[in-house]
Design a protein around this ligand. Structure first.
Ligand code: NAP
Length: 543
């Protein structure tokens, strides 16, 4: 039995003492003072004000740099710093805009400690990648992070926000809000789970996000799920450069790197290609039903485990040779092979009013723009899988949608057509859209019934177009790749184009244009490239 009456310190007491010594030494080295200002309602002593004092007293024992001043809400400083809630704790308000609504109790003590250190340091300690993102912020970001003392995930998200406020005090302000202290405010923001992060009143994160993802969400003012590291390299040498980050390109990236090829994926726009804007995917094996964007996020996260992705840079030139030179808007690649997986682009109707009213009622993306038309009347033009999928998506969203098709039969899959009929979605058969009219926004369309030759005017708030895709073959044409009579890249059945070292995969090759077939073509192309690099067919041809 241990002698409990002994005055010798117990092991956990020794550990605590050691930890306190370390903390004191950390605070001693901090170059800046850490003034705290606690505001509360005069004569009203609530548990949160009391808890603030207790927590701060404990922290003040660590360093004389931490000071506390207390004021009531009527004080001129409360007016100066726009403090209206009791209690509110401000941290170094002359330098930063960081405030606590509540008290840093429980798990939040971790956030508080880290905040004190960052403020004392006068540095955010953000990663290099995060610094690149935050530098792009050039307008105010008012962050609200809803937390609770019992939430172990909250400190990570709250510290992300504090780091942003320390790095960019001219633009970033942070309020850390304890939902138990401020239930009405939490209710107003529907913050029923914590942590939840809002910036300029837009939800930018639910749950704890990795630092880079949080900053990207803060910069874009939109919740992000993935962060793609940026590279500063001017010249990159590789075995394979994949142009296009849709299912074909991403799958090829995974296969190529797993085969040992040094590989880069370059995508000028959003990753995922058409899948990213597909409302719901129901025929990708393993997922009975998955949102297109969610499927893309899963694919991108998977690909990032292997391959470096260069997003937001366009390939502007490819010079064949040994090595092949690929120039993008950001850098140069020297590579042994190139895979063109540029996919396809929305086909346009090319009728009067279409381009003038694009973005003002004319849309090519129901996932993106559909919510703006809730309760309104729109038409969906097309008769393929995309048009029917998207018409159903709009219908379920509460949009009054009519399908307009130029023939009297749909080419969409039976399963989708049945849903269209089951939901009584109106269809204008044999109808061609001849004109889109409206002053500032879409107001009506002119249709021609090609059976009766009757022209009609149809009042509508929006025109959604899903009339197929044109292959993106500009690069292929520049490279003088052989193009099929249908306008797709020609290949030899193993994804080799007519130019040695240049390959193709996915929708740019034509074919079935399904997510699963594009992925399959990407995998096949990567395996051909691997085999060819071991045993180059272009050298054999020379002998
Ligand atoms: P699509 O299958 O080529 O269908 C295009 C539709 O637009 C056709 O109904 C076509 O009419 C019509 N159209 C074309 N040009 C037109 C014009 N100038 N004016 C009026 N109508 C015009 O294209 P998609 O539906 O975008 O699909 C593309 C590919 O993705 C397809 O291979 C499709 O199977 C695939 N996809 C699959 C799914 C799925 O499996 N759930 C979902 C989306 C897309 P006609 O019928 O008269 O030619």
């Amino acid at each position: 039995m241990p002698d409990t009456t002994s005055m010798d310190p117990q092991p956990n007491e020794l550990a605590a003492e050691k930890y306190l010594l370390q903390l004191r030494s950390t605070f001693e080295k901090l170059p800046h003072d850490i003034p705290l200002y606690l505001f509360s309602e005069k004569g009203h002593e609530d548990i949160f004000t009391h808890a603030n004092r207790q927590v701060i007293r404990a922290f003040r024992e660590l360093s004389p740099k931490i000071t506390l001043r207390e004021y009531d809400l009527g004080h001129e400083l409360a007016h100066k710093w726009n403090v209206t809630a009791s209690p509110t704790l401000l941290i170094a308000p002359e330098r930063y805009s960081i405030r606590w609504l509540g008290a840093p109790m429980g798990e939040e003590a971790r956030t508080f400690l880290e905040t004190l250190i960052l403020v004392g340091l006068g540095q955010s300690n953000l990663s290099d990648q995060s610094l690149k993102v935050i530098k792009r912020i050039d307008s105010p970001r008012n962050i609200k992070i809803f937390v609770s003392p019992t939430c172990p995930y909250c400190p990570q998200q709250a510290v992300n926000a504090v780091k942003a406020a320390v790095e960019l005090p001219e633009y970033v302000s942070v309020e850390i809000i304890d939902i138990q202290c401020e239930p009405e405010l939490a209710n107003q923001y529907s913050a029923q789970s914590v942590p939840q992060a809002f910036a300029n009143d837009i939800l930018i994160g639910q749950g704890a996000q990795p630092e880079e993802v949080f900053l990207l969400s803060l910069q874009k003012l939109e919740a992000q799920t993935i962060f793609i590291p940026e590279s500063d390299a001017e010249l990159i040498e590789s075995d394979l450069v994949i142009v296009g980050g849709g299912p074909a390109g991403l799958t090829a990236g995974i296969y190529a790197v797993r085969s040992g090829l040094q590989t880069a994926v370059v995508e000028r726009e959003a990753l995922g290609g058409q899948v990213a804007t597909t409302p719901i995917v129901e025929n990708y094996p393993g997922f009975t039903q998955v949102g297109g964007k969610t499927l893309v996020d899963i694919m991108v996260s998977h690909a990032l485990q292997y391959v470096q992705i260069f997003q937001g840079e366009a390939v502007i030139d490819i010079q064949p040779g040994h090595p092949i030179t690929v120039r993008t808007t950001r850098r140069k690649f020297q590579t042994k092979t190139v895979l063109i997986a540029t996919g396809a682009r929305h086909r346009h109707l090319n009728v009067p009013g279409e381009s003038r009213l694009a973005g003002r009622g004319v849309s090519y993306c129901s996932t993106c723009d559909g919510p703006l038309f809730k309760g309104k009347k729109v038409v969906m033009v097309g008769g393929g899988n995309s048009a029917v999928t998207e018409a159903l998506h709009l219908f379920h969203m509460g949009v009054d949608v009519t399908l307009i098709h130029r023939r009297d039969a749909l080419r969409a899959q039976e399963f989708l057509v049945k849903q269209l009929f089951d939901n009584n979605i109106p269809i204008l058969w044999n109808s061609e859209v001849k004109e889109i009219r409206g002053e500032q926004r879409v107001e009506e369309i002119v249709t021609l019934n090609n059976k009766t030759n009757v022209t009609s005017v149809f009042k509508t708030d929006g025109v959604f177009l899903a009339i197929g895709y044109e292959p993106a073959v500009e690069l292929a044409q520049k490279l003088e790749l052989k193009i099929t009579p249908d306008g797709y890249i020609w290949h030899d059945g193993k994804h080799r184009t007519n130019v040695p070292g240049i390959y193709s995969a996915g929708d740019v090759e034509g074919g079935y244009k399904q997510i699963v077939t594009a992925s399959g073509q990407g995998a096949e192309a990567a395996m051909t490239i691997f085999e060819d690099l071991i045993n180059p067919y272009w050298l054999k041809d020379r002998n």
